[in-house]
Design a binder for this molecule. Sequence first.
Ligand SMILES: Cc1cc2nc3c(=O)[nH]c(=O)nc-3n(C[C@H](O)[C@H](O)[C@H](O)COP(=O)(O)OP(=O)(O)OC[C@H]3O[C@@H](n4cnc5c(N)ncnc54)[C@H](O)[C@@H]3O)c2cc1C
Length: 396
Amino acid sequence: MIHKYKYIILGGGMAGANAATEIRQHDSEGTLLIITKEADKPYHRPPLSKEFWTQADYPKESIYYSINNDKAIDFLMETTVKKINADQLTIEVDNGEVYQYDKLLYALGGAPKWIEGPESDRVFALRTLEDYRGIRQLTDRSKHAIIVGGGWVGAELAAGLKMNDMDVTLVFSNNTLNEKRLPLALAEKFHQRFVDFGVNLINNAKADSYRVVGDKVCLKLEDGRELTTDILILGLGLQPNVDLAKAAGLEVGNGVIANKYLQTSNENIYAAGDVVSYPDLIIGRNRFEHEDQAEHSGQTAGRNMVGMEEVYTHSAPLSYTDVIDISIEGVGEMSRNRDDEIIEEVGNGYIVYYLNQGKPSGILTYNVKVDMDKARDILANPPETPGELHGMLKPL
Ligand SMILES: Cc1cc2nc3c(=O)[nH]c(=O)nc-3n(C[C@H](O)[C@H](O)[C@H](O)COP(=O)(O)OP(=O)(O)OC[C@H]3O[C@@H](n4cnc5c(N)ncnc54)[C@H](O)[C@@H]3O)c2cc1C
């Protein structure tokens, strides 16, 4: 038997939840199914590496999307989508059941990159609530954690675990923490703050593999060194989940390729969130792994699945981190042409303009709040010369 739905959303993450909200907003009747691998209904992921560790009284249940309570939405939980038959407008899940759609959303996010080593309940990547629960359970009865990868999530978790009385070692491949994203002078400040906070930093080090010995994990670095710990957390970045799209014949590059309506190369299938590569109106075709992008692209895709033909205009999505006493926000591309950047000191903070061929391609703030919509305007309508950027953004 084939189960029929007007809308099917693959992936119960942040993009999927936002698409479902918009579909219900504009079509209260059409049958809607969300399929997700997870045991938890859609929730907001950013607190998993922040408030869950830094605020003892944080209301954890507040992370769930309210759409979860909509009785008119069906969920298939702990279910893995195995195949999309784009010609027949059907999908197949792991128990062999087949579901038919009129419009499909591909919002499968990405899979954490891994290194060689056996499956173990002491080795994690922090992607899901389930991962958080596993890490929390172990940290409550362990002393030492190693985190590999100095990106936002790795750094946030390192600080968070430290605040929870763990000894924390953060292993990362560059010389200075976050030097790829921040101008060197700010990366050095960021790095030093972690040193002062008591996080043990191991720089210029790449993880090779790990082995589990009793209740310890031994991490082997590429230079041959071995580090032993109670918990290993890998923050090595994400691989977009494109395999099902590729097998279904959709156009795939660095992500699932979509047009300005977030429609894939198949007219009945839309894509949103971390997995979609789309033509950003300000910075060109791109794929982002940020909350702002997941939520807005999900919303536009949802409206277009209902038939609204709306161009995705939420360009240069915002990324942010809040760690120790540092707050960073950015729009656009933060790493291109890093020798070419303007740093403005504003009070106790900084505004950074990243330049690409003389034009700003990204704007980042460090411990200062500015109007990020104005920052987007600057990227969309840059001044004639980079010198004119000075003073364009004022602290709020
Ligand atoms: C700990 C953490 C902290 C973060 N902090 C920030 C932050 O501070 N700022 C920021 O901008 N962004 C942050 N992010 C990134 C942000 O959460 C992501 O950009 C966002 O979740 C992407 O949404 P998505 O719906 O595309 O993917 P996801 O939310 O990952 O959802 C994808 C869903 O698809 C499911 N799935 C995958 N394959 C299958 C399959 N075959 N069958 C069924 N289901 C499947 C997955 O299980 C998952 O539920 C953070 C992410 C994490 C993990």
